[in-house]
Ligand binder design. Structure first.
Ligand code: C2O
Ligand code: CU
Length: 470
């Protein structure tokens, strides 16, 4: 079967067990290809902090932080051989990809965990173009917190016209003074508050020290992936007006970010068109002000002295829509999903809702850690395959929660009773404290799909549920 298809070999990062060299055959762009890659999950020393400090012992894919960028084209098949060289079981979840349930990488639900020394081959088609990512789904609050995550880029069949396609994977680590990863993963303090917020923010796996070099007049497609366990980013490109052209991989009507900042909760992605409209030789901050008391300069755009590449930017490109089924709202099944728990904000300091056995949160009254052990659990909702479905999500807590549904993408119809401007397709929707959001999708992918908060400490302490489609 393989020989019938164009095979493309992924470039792996240096220092990695070599990929088998596959004969590469050219073929027409309409033909689907097979893209093959190897990922080895293993501890490795990486220079996460500036070189005057020691390296960090992290958990990595192929020795790299973040893991290698997997790149394929829409319609291709991706086959990834995963080897587990960690001392504990793991799985790989392909966040945002609409794939068969058995390839979803959820331990005990869709597969047996990959034991230390074991391996597993994931293989699935890539129906949607966009910016996606992969990460473990087993004890992810620690495995991701120690470094396991990487980007998966699915290119459009016809790429939009830009001068450069740039990926920024945003990370956040909690390090000791000697740059080692601080322990204490999954402690109740983090779990019942905002999650494990780190003290070292990274760009593509390093604390940024180099400015981002640009040329006046150039147009960059900037793919942002928030791979942090808990940190929310709100990036503001001072002196620039980026266009948001895709969210969670899916095209959206090109628009300027609300309030000027691109807000990305854990697991959220945005594709920006960033036109370098400032003067040659100038420098501009990329500012992150999500946590007001701890606003900081994430990076800087440094313009070269070269004359502008072009006089004025073109209109932003419109990306071709992904083949998603449009929910039929008038005939949709409606369900309410209420998220509760966590410590109170402000003076009260008490627990909201019930709490038992290390669980800090619940979904419709149930605190699940499903997917973390082989204790059987009941799906929260059972949806008939092919039905349209509207979920009224209610955040009855004082905290932010990026809520993720596996195996599907959904439209965000309303926030706090107001229609959204773009009815954007997402796989992870950020609920602000006390916020409600109405999402809609067609339950067209059979299986047991996780529906959980992507603050990974919240996920592990109750904010986890399952939606069965079948
Ligand atoms: Cu990105 Cu259930 O995960
Ligand atoms: Cu949460």
């Amino acid at each position: 079967m393989v020989s019938l298809h164009r095979r493309r070999v992924l470039a792996a990062l240096a220092g990695v067990s070599a990929l088998p060299l596959l004969p590469s055959r050219s073929s027409s762009a309409s033909q689907a290809g097979l893209v093959e890659a190897n990922l080895v999950a293993a501890p490795a020393r990486v220079q996460l902090v500036p070189p005057e400090y020691p390296a960090t012992e992290a958990w990595t894919y192929n020795g790299a932080l973040p893991g290698p960028v997997l790149r394929a084209r829409q319609g291709d098949r991706l086959r990834v051989h995963v080897q587990n060289a960690l001392a504990e079981p793991t799985t790989v979840h392909w966040h945002g990809i609409r794939l068969p349930n058995a390839m979803d990488g959820v331990p005990f639900i869709t597969q047996r965990p990959i034991a230390p020394g074991g391996s597993f081959t994931y293989e699935f088609a890539l129906p949607d173009a966009g910016t996606f990512f992969y990460h473990p789904h087993q004890r992810s609050y620690e495995q991701v917190g120690r470094g396991l995550a990487g980007a998966l880029i699915v290119e459009e069949r016809t790429l939009p016209q830009v001068d450069r396609d740039v990926l920024w994977v945003l990370g956040d680590y909690r390090l000791n003074a000697d740059a080692s990863v601080r322990g204490g993963f999954g402690n109740f303090m983090d779990a019942s508050h905002a999650g494990r917020i780190g003290n070292s923010v990274t760009l593509n796996g390093r604390v940024p020290t180099e400015r981002f070099h640009v040329r006046a007049g150039e147009r960059v497609r900037l793919r942002l992936v928030n791979a942090a366990s808990a940190r929310v980013f709100a990036l503001e490109f001072r002196g620039h007006e980026p266009w948001v052209v895709a969210l969670d991989g899916h095209p959206v009507e090109p628009h300027r970010p609300d309030g000027g900042a691109v807000v990305l909760g854990p697991a959220m992605r945005a594709d920006l068109i960033l036109d370098m409209t400032a003067a040659p030789g100038s420098r501009h901050a990329v500012h992150d002000g999500f946590y007001r008391q701890q606003a900081y300069t994430f990076n800087e755009l440094q313009y070269s002295d070269e004359p502008p590449l072009r006089a004025r930017p073109a209109e932003p490109p419109r990306l071709p829509p992904n083949p998603l089924s449009e929910p039929e709202l008038a005939r949709a099944d409606r369900h309410r999903v209420v998220f509760t728990g966590g410590m109170m904000g402000g003076m009260g300091g008490g627990m909201m809702g019930g709490m038992r056995g290390g669980m800090a949160w619940s979904v419709n009254g149930i605190a699940n850690a499903c997917g973390e052990s082989d204790v059987p659990f009941e799906p929260m909702l059972v949806l008939r395959k092919g039905r349209s479905c509207v979920l009224d999500l209610v955040n009855d807590t004082a905290w932010h929660h990026p809520i993720h549904l596996h195996g599907h993408a959904f439209r965000v119809l309303m926030r706090n009773g107001q229609p959204t401007r773009h009815r954007e397709w997402l796989d992870t929707v950020m609920l602000e404290p006390r916020e409600r959001a109405e999402i809609a999708f067609v339950a067209d992918n059979p299986g047991d799909w996780m529906f959980h908060c992507h603050v990974l400490e919240h996920q592990a302490s109750g904010m986890m549920s399952c939606i069965r489609v079948g």
